[in-house]
Design a protein around this ligand. Structure first.
Ligand code: ADP
Length: 512
């Protein structure tokens, strides 16, 4: 086997010592090529031509100190060095180690003879150092890559390692906190004034480590989706002296075995949005109150107007012209229309706050009730209602009545001819309940699909019929109030399918 020669540079001015070392190396475990130099200058000249596998350097040389050959921590050394010191020169030894020597030996005949063992030890140490360096470089490259990945994410995002040191911190994070990444990278210091975040982060990290439902229930401020956690809340005192509403998302970084090696965390400042939402909510409540009062007060004078018009028609008919009677009938009809409008508006305004009933409401029973109240008209028109099984849910019954009253009423008025069938059904998926009311009538043109849910908007199909344009607005308002939505799908083969999704309340806590 052709073993590559192991080059040793020996820097030693004592010929005797040099000979002892060389001979002892000759008896060592590996074939060795020794180059002996006797001064610093000579050693430097030799190093310009070749790089040894190892250097053994005497501390005291005729033209200087052996440690001056070391790069002094400034640059990388590409070979391991052993420094030989005089007896008791501990300080020089320490200095040599600091300068980058791997080991030192105190010169004695025994130490010189034992040199091969020292060499083997130093080589092993040198290998370890190289491995550590390589691992560190790989880690740094990985961290740089993480930094690149998160750098331009819109959310303020940072990455930490297992020891909670920040290893990446993006631009949005710098903007949000005013803390540049250079100040944090490699540190675990979260004193950047996220009071809310700081107090919750330990829990968050705990939860990332232990996906345990029991622990989870004690930290109910967090929501979990897969292994990602979410939290949001108000922070009373942020760095700008004002409060803020923050949203936080944290996902674990996992290694191949599924162990957590760190975490990726994002923070969103929802303060402005939250404020806007609250203002909107307040404005809506005020508007509801206004609409309620106005429609209530405007309704009162209508009753006598209609009453007197009807009275005149009855009592003075023979003294009036046909035209006069028609005018009075018009007054009465318009008045009644106005009452309907007021009633619809009142219903819309009453859809106010979410109040969950204690017991689930049987929506099948609600639909039956609505259908019964329409029974006369349905029978007369030869229209039937087909009922699927319907889920129960916790939403005030009066609101559910309004939903089905409007949808079934519309299907009947706008979507049915004699012999037609209206289909009503619903299903539950988790906490979401989705109802539908389907007819096989003319359907809703694309352009109107959204608009017919607006207050007072009446569609093409409504032109020939009486109506206020408030019914579907009420349906959508109820759906939204319960965290859901109302929309239209086409019925295959023609017609419209109105869908209403509602989020059911969590079931009432037992024993109250
Ligand atoms: P209104 O019935 O008082 O007009 P709505 O808000 O209930 O008010 O309905 C708005 C419009 O949507 C109606 O004027 C009508 O044009 C249209 N529409 C509602 N339901 C249907 C339906 N099932 N088929 C066709 N058009 C419908």
């Amino acid at each position: 086997m052709n073993v590559r020669p192991f080059h040793v540079l020996l820097v030693e001015d004592s010929l005797t010592d040099a000979t002892i070392i060389r001979e002892s190396l000759d008896f060592g475990p590996r074939p060795v090529n020794v180059t002996v130099t006797r001064s610093l200058a000579e050693a430097r000249a030799t190093l310009r031509d070749f790089t040894p596998c190892l250097a053994i350097v005497d501390l005291f040389l005729p033209d200087g100190r052996g440690i001056d050959l070391l790069p002094n921590g400034q640059e990388e050394i590409d070979f391991p060095t052993i420094i030989m010191t005089g007896h008791g020169d501990v300080e020089a030894a320490i200095e040599a180690m600091k300068g980058g020597a791997i080991d030192y030996v105190t010169k004695s005949p025994e130490a010189l003879v034992a040199m091969p063992r020292t060499v083997e030890r130093v080589l092993r140490e040198w290998d370890h150092i190289a491995e550590r360096k390589k691992a560190e470089q790989a880690l740094q490259a990985a961290n740089r890559q993480l930094q690149n990945i998160i750098e331009f994410l819109p959310d303020a995002t940072f990455v930490t390692d297992r020891e909670n040191r920040v290893i990446a911190w993006n631009r949005a994070m710098e903007e949000m906190t005013g803390v540049p990444k250079e100040e944090l990278l490699g540190r675990g210091n979260y004193d950047y004034a996220f009071a809310f975040y700081k107090t919750r982060r330990p829990l968050l990290i705990d939860l990332l480590d232990k996906p345990d439902p029991e622990i989870e229930s004690t930290y109910d401020q967090f929501k979990r989706e897969g292994r990602t956690l979410y939290a949001e809340g108000f922070v009373p005192n942020l760095h700008n002296g004002k409060g803020a509403y923050l949203w936080i998302k944290a996902s674990p970084l996992l290694d191949e075995q599924g162990n957590r090696t760190g975490s990726v965390e994002s923070i969103r400042d929802l303060t402005e949005r939250k404020q806007a939402e609250e203002e909107l909510l307040k404005a809506n409540r005020e508007l509801d109150a206004f609409v309620y009062t106005v429609s209530h007060d405007l309704r009162s004078p209508l009753t006598p107007i209609i009453g007197f018009a009807d009275l005149l028609i009855d009592n003075a008919q023979d003294r009036l012209s046909a035209n006069d009677v028609e005018c009075l009938e018009n007054i009465s009809r318009s008045g009644k229309r106005m009452i309907t409008l007021m009633e619809d508006l009142l219903a819309l305004a009453r859809v106010g706050q979410v109040e969950f009933p204690d017991d689930p409401v049987d929506s099948g029973a609600v639909v039956n009730e609505v259908v019964s109240s329409l029974a006369g008209q349905l029978v007369q028109a030869g229209v039937s209602v087909n009922l699927d099984s319907l889920p129960s849910l916790r939403i005030p019954k009066s609101l559910l009545v309004q939903v089905f009253d409007n949808l079934i009423g519309n299907a009947f008025r706008y979507g049915c001819k004699p012999g037609d069938v209206i289909e009503v059904g619903g299903e539950r998926k988790g906490d979401k309940v989705r109802f539908f009311v389907r007819d096989h009538g003319p359907g809703i043109p694309d352009a109107e699909r959204d608009r017919i849910f607006e207050v007072f908007y009446r569609g093409m199909t409504g032109k020939a019929k009486d109506g206020t344009g408030i019914g579907l607005a009420t349906v959508r308002k109820i759906a939204r109030l319960f965290g859901g939505q109302a929309w239209i799908d086409e019925t295959p083969g023609g017609g419209s399918t109105f869908r209403v999704e509602l989020v059911d309340a969590p079931s009432a806590p037992s024993g109250h």
